[in-house]
Design a protein around this ligand. Structure first.
Ligand code: NAD
Ligand code: ZN
Length: 366
């Protein structure tokens, strides 16, 4: 199955399905100028999949090099960026090299950023290996690293030449990571696709538990949704901001937990979507039944719907994190609210009192 991201001459296909790792060479080689590739991956993914990708590239006549960085969010920093740029130059990138990002969102964001600034841009492809990266971060061209001031504050828009989403590699992904990625899948249903949300209500557990066909469908629908939104608004001047559903709230939760293992990004996004729907219901925008429907679905699968205890959640600090979010313009925060599941919209008119009382309710565990 293929999804096309339509961006004029920068258009590219997303291939989706099991077994694509072994077709990497055949699919990447035709895009290459020279005959060399540099595969970038992390220390968890390397022992699982690096050899298969290299073998496939070699069979297509590509000379491959590789560089392995530590796993984890800490790797998205200046130090590892510098090391990666070094490795790329050592690999004589100036003579032409295809950069291959093999891993989750951390690898994709770091490698894409490095590829975008090296020699003012060298070609790269994404081989996302987490559910989150297959349905979200590998598509759309946002790249970047974190700084001491916050997440993703330094980066570029830079599209890959190709995305290979091999759904079979999700078999080795820890269940908690699968669930976290699932939050972003459900997001597409809540944004503007109620029938997909209904499909997830019936088939979400199959997606989580590893049913190949259910996973393929969930990844394909998600990529199609993201591709459509990105094609309409590559640089987030408008509709692309809908993809931030649950993210303004989620970002505040992640900031409070120090962007640590305590709360994964997808877990924060799940809670953030619950908050967005609850606040929408509270403001009379959405039926309360739709907020409950979302919570029931997440609960059924084991995604969080209540703020974890025993941590004390300070409402004023959460609000401050939202206000410090980089999506802020003229001192006002753009929120993604919803008129119901599948009916989200952007607004900058959210009364702070209602926001605070929704957060207090969540902080009190209700
Ligand atoms: P990640 O890359 O850290 O991967 C999660 C963990 O799973 C890591 O420990 C990794 O080594 C491991 N792993 C990866 N693939 C595996 C596999 N197949 N089997 C077993 N283990 C595997 O995290 P992520 O959740 O993929 O991505 C999160 C990052 O993505 C964040 O930095 C976030 O900012 C970024 N992001 C970017 C965009 C974008 O548009 N560019 C969108 C959303 C998120
Ligand atoms: Zn996200």
């Amino acid at each position: 199955e293929q999804v096309l991201v339509e961006l004029g001459e920068r258009s590219y296909p997303i291939h989706i399905g099991p077994g694509l790792l072994d077709r990497a060479g055949e699919l990447i080689k035709p895009l290459m100028q020279g005959g060399r590739a540099l595969v970038v991956t992390d220390a968890n993914v390397a022992p699982l999949y690096l050899e298969r990708v290299q073998k496939s590239l070699a069979e297509a006549g590509v000379v491959t090099m590789h560089t392995v960085v530590p796993a984890g969010e800490q790797t998205k920093d200046f130090k590892h960026l510098e090391a990666l740029l070094d490795a790329m130059l050592e690999a004589r990138a100036e003579r032409g090299v295809m950069v291959v990002a093999l891993g989750g969102g951390v690898i994709g964001d770091l490698t894409g950023f490095a590829a975008s600034i090296l020699l003012r841009g060298v070609d790269f492809v994404q081989i996302p290996t987490t559910l989150l990266s297959q349905v979200d971060s590998s598509v759309g061209g946002k790249t970047g690293i974190n700084t001491r001031q916050g997440k993703n504050l330094v980066g570029t828009f830079y599209q890959p030449r190709l995305v290979l989403a091999d759904t079979a590699v999700l078999d080795t992904l820890p269940r908690r990571q699968v669930l976290a990625g699932y939050a972003e899948v459900a997001k597409y249903g809540v944004i503007d696709d109620e029938p997909f949300f209904a499909w997830l209500e019936a088939n979400g557990s199959k997606v989580i538990d590893g049913d190949l066909e259910a996973r393929r469908h969930a990844v394909a629908v998600s990529c199609r949704a993201k591709a459509r939104i990105v094609a309409a608004d590559e640089r987030e001047g408008g509709v692309r901001a809908l993809l931030n559903l649950g993210h303004t709230f989620g970002h505040a939760l992640e900031a409070e937990t120090g962007f640590s293992e305590e709360m994964l990004h997808g877990e924060a996004v799940a809670l953030g979507m619950v908050m967005a729907l609850r606040l929408s219901a509270r403001l009379g925008l959405a039926p309360a039944a739709d907020a409950e429907r979302l919570e029931r679905h997440f609960e059924a699968l084991g995604l969080p719907t209540a703020l974890p205890r025993p941590r004390l959640w300070a409402v004023d600090r959460l609000i401050r994190h939202m206000a410090g979010d980089k999506k802020v313009k003229d001192g006002k925060v753009t929120f993604v609210m919803a008129r119901g599941i599948g009916k989200s919209f952007l607004t900058r008119e959210v009364p702070e009192a209602e926001l605070a009382s929704m957060l207090s309710e969540m902080a009190a565990g209700r």
